[in-house]
Design a protein around this ligand. Structure first.
Ligand code: APR
Length: 311
């Protein structure tokens, strides 16, 4: 059985652990700073095993020694932005947490593949890569799968057709400037424009860009079911060497004309992590939007570097 460490036993982390076990994908080490929390959740999940019928071991801990030998490390540790909190405060707090987590986990699992989930996503993934010093192919962020799933959900709702036949990718940063690539969106290969007007598609794009905040406004805390499921799709692609083409936050080193930045791009995921970044043709508007998104992430990486030096 493979071993996946999930750092942060909060809403997203626990959901990842649960889906991993429910799908019989791996043993799970759930770790958090809060004493008792990961242990309690792990025990609760273990007690669901006889009913679900899986053989995965789920261990809850506060001790990084227990993460030893993980194949994959998923980082969900951090805080969500609260009312009155500036983006800088969030950046500084989560950067400190993610750096600490990356340092502690890499010591025990030097060959792991990392999937970062903590926000601001693209910047935290960059920090994970810098801190672990792993090859960029072994460090990625989860956002594109989730944003694409949201876009696909809205397309399904609007066309009245099964989401199983809807394919669409969202690239760029995980934020207001994300880029839903409408030119490639299809219902079973039929272009979206055959079903929906340009105005309607634009509405769905806007709703996708605000997909996270729509949920926060409803339940006053951030999403976890779809984010958790998205992480597990990436984990499965890696553990089973599936070579899935998925949008993930990956290191751009000249790809799409972008350099030294983590950003959502289509890539092939398999046992070695990011096997390759796939270069797709985009229209001018999409290209421009991607460049704008990358510029904003770069600004935040610079800001994070300054804030971390000041710590
Ligand atoms: N080490 C380990 N765990 C930590 C640390 C740390 N240094 N600091 C905080 N945590 C834990 C918290 O104790 C908490 O249990 O991280 C967990 C975060 O869980 P939640 O507050 O429930 O947040 P969640 O909704 O899971 O979101 C986690 O993912 O999607 C992103 O924006 C979201 O950045 C946020 C992250």
């Amino acid at each position: 059985m493979s071993k996946v460490t999930v750092v942060g036993a909060g809403f997203v982390g626990a959901t990842v652990a649960q889906y991993l076990a429910d799908n019989n994908l791996s043993d799970v080490c759930l770790i958090d700073v809060v004493e008792g929390l990961p242990q309690g959740k792990a025990l609760d999940m273990m007690q669901a095993a006889p009913i679900t019928g899986h053989d995965c071991k789920i261990v809850g801990t506060n001790d990084y020694a227990d993460t030893k030998g993980s194949d994959i490390v998923v980082i969900t540790a951090g805080i969500a932005r609260k009312p009155g909190m500036s983006r800088d405060d969030l950046l500084k707090t989560n950067a400190k947490i993610v750096k600490d987590v990356a340092e502690k986990t890499i010591k025990h699992s030097p060959d792991a593949i990392y999937i970062c989930v903590t926000n601001p996503l693209d910047v935290m993934t960059y920090l994970t890569w810098k801190t672990t010093k792993l090859p960029a192919s072994r460090v990625m962020g989860m956002a594109g799968v989730l944003d694409s799933a949201r876009f696909q959900t809205f397309i399904g709702m609007e066309t009245g057709m099964s989401v199983q036949d809807v394919r669409a990718m969202v690239l760029g940063g995980h934020g207001d400037l994300m880029v839903p690539v409408t030119s490639y969106a299809t219902v079973n290969g039929v272009p979206l424009s055959e079903f929906l007007s340009a105005e309607k598609i634009e509405e769905l794009v806007k709703r996708t860009q605000n997909g996270g905040i729509e949920i926060v406004n409803l339940m006053k805390s951030s999403a976890f079911y779809a984010p958790g499921r998205s992480v597990v799709q990436m984990v499965e692609a890696i553990l089973k060497d599936q070579n899935r083409l998925l949008p993930c936050a990956v290191y751009a080193d000249g790809d799409y004309g972008l350099k030294d930045v983590y950003i959502g791009l289509p890539c092939v995921l398999g046992k070695d992590g990011v096997k390759k970044i796939v270069d797709i043709k985009m229209n001018d508007q999409e290209k421009e939007a991607l460049a704008k998104s990358a510029a904003s992430i770069k600004e935040n990486i610079d800001l994070m570097n300054k804030l971390l030096v000041a710590v």
